[in-house]
Design a protein around this ligand. Structure first.
Ligand code: PLP
Length: 505
């Protein structure tokens, strides 16, 4: 049941009007789905789609990062999910930030995070954004071409420059090298120009592409970076920063297929590449950072959507039924009507209240594959009931977003029991590149957010504050067993932001 009275939600402009928090009994998917069913039963979301974001999951990711890559400082890629509660949690944990724009830098500084914890990691920056970075003291920034160097020399000659080199992204879902990264053939020229312009090149970065499928791409890129370090040193620079970018997987490891690359595989590959190409003697005082986005947030959020409309599709060419009894989602057997063998198999189209123009834009932009599971059926029987799971008759089904555009298809084909208007589906691993790029196309509001903090019994409601906002304690990550960076944890702006996102009105 709901444990808090706080309301929540992003309004049409994306601002959080008031937060809603719920309890989960554990960090696993079943506990999260049960908590989401509680939200539905409570009626608080008024049948609108909503995310449940587990800030405890973000904390566990940080702990896992520190366990496997203790020598690499994470600069969370804000673009991936700029939810204030997530940013506030990461700030309190002591993570740093990769910002792509003036707006993202502003959002991070507003948390009370100091400017030296930010890297402006957009190799092509607008002059106004560059001036802003100078004004607020964000020095670290990437570049990958000569025109950017000329611009930086004019508007921010004191910047600490990081040369982004091209990495082999051929085995990644999103090939960022199509747009960014200096080819090894031109890095020498760029470094010479930087020298002539009197600029300071402090290091080298790369990005193997989002959704990397081969851990060796990281090791290969580290080797390339080492070559550029040597080029820079030969020209009189003292490079000391290695930025290994993003591309780390972030799905729930329990749900990750055995064949997929795991974070641990990449970490192992990186550690041995550091040992080989950057032994302690090679670059004294070497600082290694990364820009993980997906890794930190993908598994933190699940998305619940309500079926608003339904259509039966009759395939006149088929003669045998495709309905099967089986394994995946579940619903009461009474919901699924078996059909005589002579009838064409019924297929169903379900229209839900979030789609590719909103949170599912990841399907278009990031080649994401999502999987619908039954979350809750209107007759009050929770979908996770094993007894019903075995008995369910499954039908070929498709899931569609709410707009009038036919590209708005969430899942073209999946096997589901027959569902009704008012039933709910859930999609896991929906925290990365979803709400951050959602639109209100066709007049549909942005999807709401509900928060939880699994595993750790922190009462988000009982920390009074002078300004009337109940602040989430800086002790929140402390309670999860983390050391909290003092500057972040004690900064009022951080607690205020967390408070605005997760505490009572
Ligand atoms: N850094 C930069 C410069 C990026 O462009 C991106 C993603 O586009 C990231 C980091 C985050 O990548 P990921 O979410 O794959 O970790």
């Amino acid at each position: 049941p709901m444990d808090s009275t706080s309301a929540h939600n992003a309004n049409a402009s994306g601002a959080i009007a008031a937060p809603l928090t719920v309890n989960v009994s554990g960090p696993d998917a079943a506990s999260r789905h049960a908590a989401m069913a509680d939200v539905i039963v409570s009626g608080t979301t008024e049948e609108e789609a909503f995310f449940l974001t587990d800030l405890g999951d973000v904390c566990r990711k940080h702990k896992r990062w520190q366990a496997h890559l203790p020598m690499v400082e994470p600069f969370y890629a804000v673009k991936c999910n700029s939810d204030p509660a997530i940013l506030g949690t990461l700030a309190a944990l002591g993570a740093n930030f990769d910002c792509a724009s003036l707006g993202e830098i502003q959002a991070i500084l507003n948390l009370g995070v100091s400017s030296d914890r930010v890297i402006f990691a957009n190799p092509c920056k607008a002059i106004a954004h560059l001036r802003f970075a100078k004004q607020v003291g964000v020095r670290m920034m990437t570049f990958d071409n000569e025109f950017e160097l000329l611009k930086i020399a004019k508007h921010y000659p004191g910047a600490a420059l990081v040369l982004r080199v091209l990495a082999d992204d051929s085995r990644s879902a999103c090939r960022l090298g199509l747009k960014f990264g200096a080819d090894p053939a031109v890095t020498g020229h760029l470094l010479q120009l930087a020298r002539q312009l009197g600029l300071d090149v402090v290091g080298v970065s790369f990005h193997v592409g989002s959704g990397a499928t081969d851990a060796r791409a990281f090791a290969d890129a580290v080797a390339r970076a080492r070559a550029v370090f040597d080029e820079a040193a030969a020209l009189g620079f003292s490079p000391h920063l290695l930025d290994v970018g993003g591309g780390f997987p972030g799905d729930d490891p329990a749900a990750t297929p055995a064949a997929a690359v795991r974070f641990e595989d990449i970490a192992r590959e990186l550690r041995s590449a550091f040992a080989e190409h950057f032994p302690p003697s090679a670059v004294p005082g070497l600082r290694i950072i990364a820009e993980p986005g997906w890794y930190y947030v993908a598994s933190a959020s699940s998305l619940a959507v309500c079926i608003t409309s339904k259509r039966r599709v009759v395939d006149v060419t088929a003669t045998t039924p495709t309905a099967t009894t089986g394994a995946t989602p579940t619903t009461p057997a009474s919901n699924a009507t078996p059909h005589p063998a002579t009838e064409p198999p019924p297929k169903f189209m379900y229209y839900v209240n979030d789609g590719v123009y909103q949170s599912f834009n990841c399907i278009i932009f990031d080649h994401a594959r999502v999987q619908a599971q039954v979350l809750y059926t209107g007759n009050g029987v929770p979908a996770m009931d094993d007894e019903h799971l075995a008995a369910a008759v499954l039908h070929e089904s498709s899931v569609w977003g709410p707009t009038c555009d036919s590209i708005d298809c969430v899942q073209a084909s999946t096997m589901l029991p027959e569902l009704d208007v008012g039933d709910w589906l859930v999609f896991d691993n929906m925290g990365a590149y979803t709400s951050c790029a959602a639109s209100t196309f066709n007049g549909f509001a942005l999807t709401k957010h509900v928060y939880t903090f699994s595993h750790v019994l922190v009462d988000l409601q009982r920390v009074p504050a002078a300004d009337g906002i109940a602040h989430v304690p800086a002790a929140l990550p402390l309670a999860a067993g983390f050391a909290v960076a003092p500057s972040a944890a004690t900064t009022p702006a951080v607690t205020a932001t967390l408070g605005a996102a997760t505490a009572a009105i």
